[in-house]
Design a protein around this ligand. Structure first.
Ligand SMILES: [Zn+2]
Ligand SMILES: [Zn+2]
Length: 374
């Protein structure tokens, strides 16, 4: 019996007991050659460059780090001081995650929570925020959920988003995920009392697993009345088979769209092919071809597409999940419907922290967790 308890707490420490970090490349869509970092009201951040550490704080009068690209270096200006270095990082005073604002002057300012690294890449700046997994999940759920989405549908999305982060790494070279729908749309972390933060908290550490393995769960804004399989979209088989499941809401309330393409662009779109749709949307804008379910009609030099649904059409349908929740379904029922033959499990396959016994809680701080932290 003793052996069983020791074994169990050891597994716990190596999984849920250790915070997972996610490295998110942000603002890549803008290819910025200049970024501005600032501390948020009431807090300080530290900019590290070479051997120097520079504090940004509103009350000190020095609150702006201006970062530009110059060849293989970044040029950092803080107050009257200027530095040239291959990279800079931004942390809290104790080298941990900080709350800071990152801006592209005149275009966008966004709040992030994590540590920031900025370096040049292809004559632009690459900004990577390393954030705690749960912060990343909350920042996606907040970006993806409309304010009228019922709690159980938000929770279902939280579990899917967490699964994607936990199992979907490797889509980018310099970081794990980008902040666009190529990976997952991510904005600022939500306020603690928001529905997004509460849904993330209520499902903390939970992921979707197929044959006991978490997988990068895909989700789509709405579908065509049934979800699509990778094969139908000319995608390679995924770790999870993605069955086509019925979606009552979209079947009864299809989200319709119409779009005009030039003949050349229409040729580039090879039917219901997710890769060609994405490359076309990247070039023409994200509403050029909103989904993979459409019919084509020629009109002179132009091609008219009439379609239904938003997004690739695979996995959880957000419109259908919302309707299921409004009819009383729980997040587990929603996930079981859209991801058939899966289980909701704690990341690492062991219970989340709130179920810990006092004995295993004390084991968490006996030093075992330290080497596993990074
Ligand atoms: Zn991406
Ligand atoms: Zn649907």
């Amino acid at each position: 019996m003793k052996i069983t308890i020791a074994f169990f707490s050891l597994i716990f420490v190596s999984s849920s007991g250790v915070a997972q970090d996610v490295r998110v490349g942000v603002f890549g869509l803008f290819h910025p050659d200049r970024l501005v970092v600032s501390a948020r009201t009431g807090s300080a951040v530290v900019v590290h460059v070479a051997e120097e550490s520079l504090v940004l704080e509103e009350s000190s009068g020095v609150n702006i780090a201006d970062i530009r690209v110059s060849g293989d270096n970044v040029v950092l200006r803080v107050g009257t001081r200027i530095f040239h270095n291959p990279r800079i990082t931004v942390t809290s005073r104790n080298n941990g995650p900080a709350d800071f604002n990152l801006a592209i002057a005149g275009r966008i300012t966004r709040h992030y929570r994590g540590t920031l690294e900025v370096k040049p890449y292809a004559r632009a700046l690459t900004a990577v925020v390393t954030m705690d997994l749960e912060t990343a999940v909350a920042s996606v759920v907040a970006a993806e959920s409309a304010s009228d989405t019922p709690a159980e549908a938000v929770k279902a999305l939280a579990v899917a988003a967490r699964s994607y982060f936990a199992a979907g790494k490797g889509r980018h070279h310099d970081f794990d995920f980008c902040d666009t729908t190529h990976c997952q749309f991510l904005r600022a972390p939500p306020a603690n009392n928001s529905s997004a933060a509460q849904a993330v908290d209520a499902t903390r550490g939970l992921v979707i697993a197929y044959q006991s393995q978490p997988f990068a769960a895909m989700y789509t804004r709405s579908c065509s009345g049934r979800t699509l399989t990778p094969d139908e979209l000319s995608l390679p088989p995924a770790a999870y088979p993605y069955y086509s499941v019925d979606c009552k809401y979209c079947r009864e309330h299809p989200s319709q769209w119409q779009s005009r393409l030039s003949s050349e662009d229409a040729v580039a779109l090879r039917g219901s092919n997710e890769s060609s749709r994405l490359s076309l949307d990247r070039r023409l804008g994200w509403s050029a071809v909103p989904s993979n379910t459409f019919v084509v009609r020629r009109e002179g030099e132009q091609t008219i597409l009439r379609g239904v649904g938003r997004g690739h059409g695979m996995g959880l349908c957000q419109a259908g999940a919302k309707a299921m929740a409004e009819e009383g379904a729980t997040y587990r029922e929603i996930l079981a419907h859209y991801y058939a033959n899966t289980d909701v499990i704690p990341l690492g396959g062991v219970p989340p922290p709130r179920r810990l016994t006092e004995r295993s809680r004390s084991r968490q701080f006996d030093g075992l967790s330290v080497p596993l932290k990074k």
